[in-house]
Design a protein around this ligand. Structure first.
Ligand code: KG4
Ligand code: ZN
Length: 356
């Protein structure tokens, strides 16, 4: 057994993530040591349906979580007695999956008499860059782009988030996935669209940039998706040109909305990107250029921390305990939340925070 010190700055948190199609468990200490982490993707289960099926996701989490918890403890050579708190995603997300993870977290917290930390999945994404980079200080401008979310946030401190933009319909990852489906590229679509786009001409297909120039703090990708469908149905364009033109339109929307956020809430010392779409090189390149233009430092966590994972959930727990070391834990009757905005002041928007 490894011996673990339990000083305030070195508390050890067990993280559980199950809000979408990744089952994940991680053990992270406040000094940023990741003792162990495991992740199981459900890509194969959902691929025949071209998207995540909630009931299948919940069942897969239920089957995998207990053995994964045991495996992570074994990997680290630790036992539950060594853990200082249990952090579990309590929302937002697909409710069946969230319940599986949260109930498991509650049971462990109760059995081992440890505090339960109910974590907002979006807070996990928002703080994950600080797990990867100890020098990243608050505040920073965060672009969160995944299959379920498309938001711009001002991250001002732990628990202090101001939403500067969100989508009124599809998330960007979802738009990539739908474009892949239209072009017959399979699921998940983002990487496939990016690959095909390298062979295409980004100016070949005229596509809209929804809400470009708008003063509203919103994204919209539904119209872009419909335009992709029309372009594909017309038979006038090569699939590679459609992929490249779609990707460029999406990037233009991201940059336009970030400029809007900088105008209304800037300046910021750093621009940070998180979420699965952060893997996209064209997106990253455009963000780097924007950051340079505005004298911002640009940072993106390693991909394994960008996409859904449990280290970010454990880390959010570490951050919470760092600002409130005596926190006794969230109540064990706390409910899982399908919707849970990070910024309670922000106006509720139909497409925000939940995967369609
Ligand atoms: O963060 P993530 O793993 O899961 C959540 O949705 O929360 O993000 C997955 C999304 C999918 O929609 C996927 O198509 C997209 O990220 N994605 C990409 C790329 N890699 C993954 N989109 C564009 N380009 C990529 N290279
Ligand atoms: Zn996510």
């Amino acid at each position: 057994m490894v011996s673990v010190s339990h000083s305030l700055e070195r508390r050890l948190i067990l993280g559980i993530e199950s809000s979408c199609d990744e089952t994940a468990v991680a053990l992270v200490r406040q000094d940023r040591t990741i003792f162990a982490q495991r992740i199981a993707s459900q890509e194969e289960e959902h691929a025949p349906y071209g998207g995540v099926v909630p009931e299948i996701a919940a069942r897969a989490h239920a089957e995998r979580l207990a053995p994964m918890l045991e495996a992570v403890m074994d990997d680290a050579g630790l036992s539950l007695a060594d853990v200082d708190a249990i952090a579990a995603t309590a929302g937002p997300g697909l409710i069946g999956g969230v319940m599986v993870g949260l109930v498991s977290g509650k049971a462990l917290a109760m059995a081992a008499d440890k505090p339960l930390l109910a974590i907002n999945h979006l807070e996990g994404h928002a703080l994950s860059p600080r797990l990867a980079d100890a020098s990243l200080e608050f505040p920073y401008l965060l672009l969160l782009v995944s299959g379920g979310h498309c938001q711009i946030l001002s991250v001002e401190g732990v628990g202090q988030y101001q939403r500067l933009a969100t989508t009124i319909d599809d998330a960007l990852g979802e738009a990539f996935d739908k474009t892949a489906k239209i072009l017959g590229l399979g699921y998940p679509g983002g990487p496939a669209v990016e690959r095909l786009a390298t062979e295409g001409d980004a100016s070949a297909v005229p596509l809209p940039r929804p809400l470009k120039g708008s003063k509203e703090p919103h994204f919209s990708f539904a119209g872009l998706k419909s335009a992709v469908l029309r372009a594909a149905d017309s038979g006038l364009h090569k699939p590679a040109d459609i992929a490249a033109s779609f990707q460029q339109a999406a990037v233009d929307c991201l940059i336009d909305r970030l400029e809007m956020a900088l105008n209304t809430a800037g300046p910021f010392p750093a621009l940070v990107v998180a979420g699965g779409v952060a893997a996209n090189q064209t997106v990253r390149g455009a963000l780097e250029t924007l950051a340079e233009k505005h004298n911002m430092r640009f940072t993106a966590p390693p991909l394994a921390l960008c996409t859904d994972n449990a280290a970010m959930i454990a880390w959010a727990g570490c951050e919470r305990l760092a600002v409130d070391p005596d926190f006794a834990g969230d109540p064990l009757d706390l409910k899982a939340r399908p919707r849970w905005p990070l910024d309670p002041e922000a106006e509720a928007v139909r497409g925000a925070g939940v995967k369609a």
